[in-house]
Design a protein around this ligand. Structure first.
Ligand SMILES: Nc1nc2c(ncn2[C@@H]2O[C@H](COP(=O)(O)OP(=O)(O)OP(=O)(O)O)[C@@H](O)[C@H]2O)c(=O)[nH]1
Ligand SMILES: [Ca+2]
Length: 496
């Protein structure tokens, strides 16, 4: 009997201390796991925001970006959550009434206030970048361009965000940040595989940016980045006056020298549909620094369509000056360009126009055939076929499509063989392709030069690991408990 009591006393499972200890260890493990899960989840749900205003030549757009607060330096984390198109034309159109430039932004900025949580307002950076429209205004009238920038600055400072400045960005920045955007969104920096070249067509300028195989012979066209542990040596060029609206004016000015009938002020144009007939003001069309030779023209003229694609292409080719090149190869206007290399994303007006004309896939030859057919369609049929499209856009698609094909083939030297390497894109995921995202990523240092240390395992894997680990500990405790109980009973039986 005495022996039996001794065995019972020695059995640790029956000691209250052991049971309490087990309960405490279990409670600690559960608490640790719960805290780590809840805490990480909480962090993931907190977002930061950034606002970029793209003050383009034709219009201004406000983009809101969002990213998880604790993951700023992980590439692929920033996404566009909202876009607002400012009503009216671009800020450069307010040159004679600069105070209205700032006012024009109010509606979209009020919208941004609603979209971003109030607690985040003071730390949300706001950037305004103006492109070719303001570059042209600065060339024409620097005082007016300063007044417009001051007006938008005053207006943006009134909002509860952290205003970081309004400036005219360089053509090289516009090209390079467009390239950063498309490659960031395609996750090419993290994968460190091939990159995507960027083709941007605006109203007043166009940009081409890619990593060439050839040496870059002109310093003006180089830009270097170290991103995520890799070095990138980019070729970029921005052609001022080669956006689609300015080229339309250039080509009209060119035609006016030969085809304007001075007696009845009629300008016949092969790039507009037959039956198209519109009275235009000389000032509206030719008053731009891009048109240098302003021949004596009447105040008004009648723009008449001829619907002849082959002639249209001939007339568009005339705006590309291939007469001089001091490098081994040039695109046009004496600008150095290595041969195009790899795949390209073509966005902005490249996409709007090619998408409308159904030319985003297929061969270059198909595209030319379709253009020939489209341009020869009478204007009344076009209007009937697309009743919902604004007449301004609709009337210009024959010209714009012809310009795009000519720019890509005769300007940048794409061929039938590498035509399929051009992907016409509007968005990648939720975000628009364009320079704004790359601009913000750069200014906020969100793409580090070196790849940050990667956590041992992703959040989901970490949570699963912790849960499994806890279950395993429980199981071991339970098995130990069973084992001790069994061995105690066996010992008791043996004694009896
Ligand atoms: N067809 C069509 N054209 C558009 C649309 N949105 C803009 N455009 C035109 O496409 C051209 C390029 O537009 P954007 O890329 O916004 O040009 P932007 O940024 O104002 O001009 P830049 O300062 O030269 O970059 C302009 O001629 C616009 O009028 C659209 O939805 N459909
Ligand atoms: Ca643009």
């Amino acid at each position: 009997m005495d022996e039996q009591r001794e065995v019972q006393v020695k059995n640790p499972c029956h000691r209250p201390v052991f049971l309490i200890l087990t309960a405490v260890i279990a409670a600690v493990i559960i608490t640790v796991v719960s805290i780590s899960v809840v805490q990480n989840k909480h962090i993931l749900q907190k977002y930061k925001y950034g606002i970029v205003l793209d003050a383009g030549s034709s219009h201004t757009s406000v983009y809101i970006y969002e990213w998880p607060a604790e993951k700023e330096n992980n590439t692929g984390m920033v996404r566009q959550t909202h876009t607002c198109h400012v009503k009216g034309k671009g800020i450069s159109s307010y040159s004679t009434i600069p105070e209205k430039a700032g006012m024009s932004l109010q509606e979209c900025m009020e919208e941004a206030k609603q979209k971003i949580p109030v607690a985040r307002h003071p730390e949300t950076p706001v950037y305004l970048g103006a492109t070719a429209g303001m570059r042209l205004l600065k060339m024409d009238n620097e005082d007016a361009s300063n007044k417009v920038l001051a007006s938008v600055t005053n207006s943006l400072k009134k909002y509860p965000f952290s205003f970081q400045g309004a400036r005219i960005i360089l053509g090289q920045e516009e090209g390079a940040f467009g390239w950063i955007t498309v490659n960031y969104l395609s996750d090419n920096f993290r994968k460190a595989m091939g990159t995507l070249g960027a083709l941007d067509l605006g109203g007043a300028s166009t940009q081409i940016t890619f990593i060439p195989k050839q040496e870059i012979e002109s310093q003006d066209n180089t830009i270097d980045f170290r991103l995520y542990g890799n070095d990138y040596h980019l070729y970029t060029h921005s052609f001022l006056c080669f956006g689609k609206d300015q080229v339309l004016r250039l080509s009209l000015a060119e035609k006016s020298r030969y085809t304007l009938d001075k007696n009845n002020s009629t300008l016949s144009d092969p790039c507009f549909h037959t039956g198209y007939n519109s009275s235009k003001k000389y000032m509206d069309v030719f008053d731009t620094p891009c048109v240098k030779e302003k021949s004596a023209l009447p105040k008004d003229f009648i723009h008449v369509g001829l619907g002849d694609w082959a002639e249209c292409q001939n007339s568009v080719k005339k705006v590309f000056d291939a007469s001089h090149c001091r490098y081994s190869t040039c695109s046009f206007d004496g600008v150095f360009q290595p041969s195009v290399e790899g795949k390209f994303g073509a966005f902005s007006a490249f996409y709007f126009v090619m998408d409308f004309l159904n030319l985003t896939s297929g061969t270059l030859e198909d595209a030319k055939l379709k253009m020939r057919r489209y341009c020869s369609t009478p204007w009344k049929d076009i209007v009937q076929r697309y009743p919902k499209i604004l007449e301004k856009y609709l009337s210009e698609y024959c010209f714009s499509g012809t310009y795009i094909l000519t720019l890509l083939e005769h300007g940048y030297k794409f061929t039938s063989n590498n035509w399929k390497d051009i992907q016409f894109i509007k968005k990648i995921g939720d975000s628009d392709a364009g320079w704004t995202l790359g601009y913000m990523l750069n200014l906020t240092n969100m793409i580090p030069a070196e790849a940050p240390d990667v956590p041992l395992m992703p959040h989901g894997g970490y949570v699963s690991f912790m849960v499994l680990f806890t279950l395993l500990v429980f199981l071991l405790f339970f098995l130990a408990f069973l084992y001790y109980r069994r061995s105690t009973r066996t010992a008791q039986k043996d004694i009896i």
